[in-house]
Ligand binder design. Structure first.
Ligand code: SF4
Ligand code: SF4
Ligand code: SF4
Length: 439
C-alpha cells in the first residue's frame, strides 16, 4: 500500500497564504482527476467527501463499506463490499479512507487489512476528512473572491465554529455592518456570546445547563436592555462573529422579532443565532425575519421527549421552515452530561484550573440583564443564590465605562476559572445522561 499526499495535505493545513493553499489543492485535485477514485467508508465522512469531490468535477468510481447492503448508494455512487477493490487497477486508482479514527480502532484496522488483502499496491489517502476540508476550502475561497453569497447554515454544518474557518470569518466581516475606526483598546479574543432571553421554557429538562426548570422569579430580559448590552460588547471587540439567543425558549419572548431586528443593526456583528427546542411556532413577524441570511436557527430535536401539542408544534415548525425554504442547523444530540449541583467539590486551585481549561463550555459566555457571566453553570448558580458575584469573575456591563470595556473583556477571556468551576462536575466527573429528560 502506498500512502500518498500525507505531506502535501499537512502543508495545506499549515500554510497561511491563501494562494499557496489553492495551489496545493490544485496539485492534488489535478492528480485525483486523472485517477479512478474509490472511497472507503459510506457513512457521514464518505458522504461529504463524495459531494466535495463531485463539486470539483471528480466522480468516485464507487464506494466500499462493510454495510454495503444497508447503505447501497451515496449521492448516486454505488456502495460495494470491500472485495470490490480487487477489480481495480492499482496503478490508476486512489483509495481515500473516509472513516473516523474511532471506527478504525474499534474494528481492529479492518480497513487497512482489507486494502492490503484486496488491492495490496493501492495508492491510499488516509484521512478523507482532510481532503473534504481542502476541497471545501478551495470552493469557498473562490466563492468569496467572486463575491457570491454563503449559506451560514452550511458553514455551521461544515464545522466553521470549531475549526475557526478563516473564509467564514472573512465572509462574516463582509456581511456585517463594520464600524469606523475606534480609538479604544479592543478585545481581540472575545468573539461570540449567548444572551439569555429569559427563564421561560415549554420544556422542563432535568439537566438543563441554564437550570431553567429550577429558576424562581422567572423573567424576560427587556428588549432595550438586550440591545444595549450587546451593543456595548460589540463596540469593545474587534469583531463578534455571532450572538446566540437562548433561554429558556427564545420563541416565547414577546419582543423577539424586535430584539433580532435591533441586533442586526449593531455594528461589528456577523449574525444572530436563535436556539430553539422547536415546540413554539414563531409569529408571522419572526417567520419573515428567519428568511434573513444573517439570522440562523439552531433547532434541537427533542421529539422523543414530548408528545401532544408540543410534538405537533415541532412538526408544524419544520413544515413551515420547509415551505419558506429556510435552512437550519438540526441538532440530534442524544446524550448530554450532568454537571451536578452547586456544592463545593473541594478541588485544589490547580485541579480547578485544569478542569476549566478542558471544559468545552468555558467559553460559553452568557449575558443577562446587564451582567456578563463566564458560562451557563456560573450564571445559573449565581442567579439561584448558590454563589455570589466575585470581583473579576463577571462583567457589569452597565457600570464598566465603554473605553474600559475592551480591556475588561480581554481580562475576562484570560480568567483561569471561576467559583462555578469549583462547584461543577465538568469536564471529568459528569456522567452522560439521555438528552432532555423531562422532570
Ligand atoms: S466553514 Fe464555510 S467557508 Fe469554511 S470551508 Fe466550510 S463551508 Fe466553506
Ligand atoms: S428546552 Fe433547553 S432551555 Fe428549555 S429546559 Fe430544556 S434545555 Fe433548558
Ligand atoms: S463552571 Fe467551569 S467547569 Fe463548569 S461548565 Fe462552567 S466553565 Fe465548565
Amino acid at each position: 500500500m502506498n500512502i500518498i499526499f500525507g505531506e502535501e495535505i499537512e502543508n495545506f493545513k499549515n500554510v497561511e497564504n491563501t494562494d499557496l493553499k489553492l495551489e496545493n489543492c490544485k496539485k492534488i485535485t489535478d492528480f485525483l482527476s486523472q485517477k479512478n477514485i474509490v472511497i472507503y467508508g459510506g457513512g457521514a465522512a464518505g458522504s461529504t467527501l463524495t459531494l466535495a469531490l463531485k463539486e470539483h468535477g471528480i466522480t468516485p468510481e464507487f464506494i466500499v463499506d462493510r454495510k454495503f447492503d444497508v447503505i447501497k448508494e451515496v449521492h448516486n455512487c454505488k456502495v460495494f463490499p470491500p472485495e470490490k477493490l480487487k477489480e481495480l487497477d492499482a496503478q490508476n486508482s486512489v483509495v481515500i479512507i473516509a472513516i473516523n479514527a474511532y471506527v478504525i480502532r474499534n474494528f481492529n484496522n479492518e480497513t487497512y487489512q482489507n486494502i492490503e488483502k484486496f488491492l495490496p499496491d493501492a495508492n491510499v489517502i488516509e484521512i478523507g476528512a482532510d481532503v473534504t476540508n481542502m476541497l471545501n476550502y478551495t470552493k469557498c475561497e473562490k466563492k468569496l473572491r467572486n463575491g457570491e453569497p454563503f449559506n451560514i447554515v452550511n458553514c455551521l454544518n461544515c464545522g466553521a465554529e470549531t475549526k475557526c474557518c478563516g473564509i467564514y470569518e472573512r465572509y462574516l466581516k463582509k456581511i456585517a455592518k463594520l464600524p469606523q475606526e475606534r480609538n479604544i483598546t479592543l478585545s481581540k479574543k472575545f468573539d461570540w456570546f449567548g444572551y439569555i432571553m429569559g427563564q421561560y421554557c415549554t420544556l422542563n429538562c432535568k439537566h438543563c445547563c441554564e437550570h431553567v426548570p429550577y429558576m424562581k422569579n422567572k423573567t424576560f430580559a427587556k428588549k432595550e436592555q438586550i440591545i444595549a448590552d450587546c451593543t456595548k460588547i460589540a463596540q469593545a471587540s474587534e469583531f463578534i462573529r455571532y450572538i446566540e439567543l437562548i433561554g429558556g425558549e427564545p420563541f416565547l419572548h414577546p419582543e423577539l422579532a424586535e430584539v433580532v431586528k435591533g441586533l442586526l443593526e449593531i455594528e461589528n456583528v456577523g449574525y444572530v443565532k436563535i436556539f430553539t427546542n422547536g415546540t413554539v411556532v414563531p409569529k408571522e413577524d419572526m417567520r419573515e425575519l428567519l428568511k434573513n441570511p444573517r439570522v440562523v436557527l439552531t433547532f434541537s430535536n427533542y421529539m422523543g421527549q414530548v408528545d401532544g401539542k408540543l410534538a405537533d408544534n415541532i412538526t408544524q415548525l419544520r413544515e413551515m421552515l420547509k415551505a419558506d425554504n429556510i435552512d437550519y442547523v438540526f441538532s440530534e444530540s442524544k446524550m448530554w452530561t450532568d454537571w451536578g449541583d452547586f456544592h463545593d467539590r473541594g478541588r485544589s486551585d490547580e485541579e480547578t484550573e485544569r478542569n476549566a481549561a478542558n471544559c468545552f463550555c468555558y467559553n460559553c459566555h452568557r449575558a443577562f440583564n446587564g451582567i456578563l457571566y463566564r458560562c451557563p453553570h456560573q450564571y445559573a448558580g449565581i442567579i439561584q443564590g448558590f454563589m455570589e458575584y466575585k470581583e473579576g469573575e463577571y462583567i457589569d456591563l452597565e457600570k464598566t465605562p465603554p473605553e474600559k470595556m475592551g480591556e475588561a473583556l480581554e481580562a475576562f477571556e484570560n480568567l483561569k476559572y471561576t467559583e462555578g468551576c469549583k462547584r461543577c462536575d465538568m469536564p471529568y466527573d459528569c456522567p452522560e445522561v439521555p438528552a432532555a429528560i423531562q422532570l
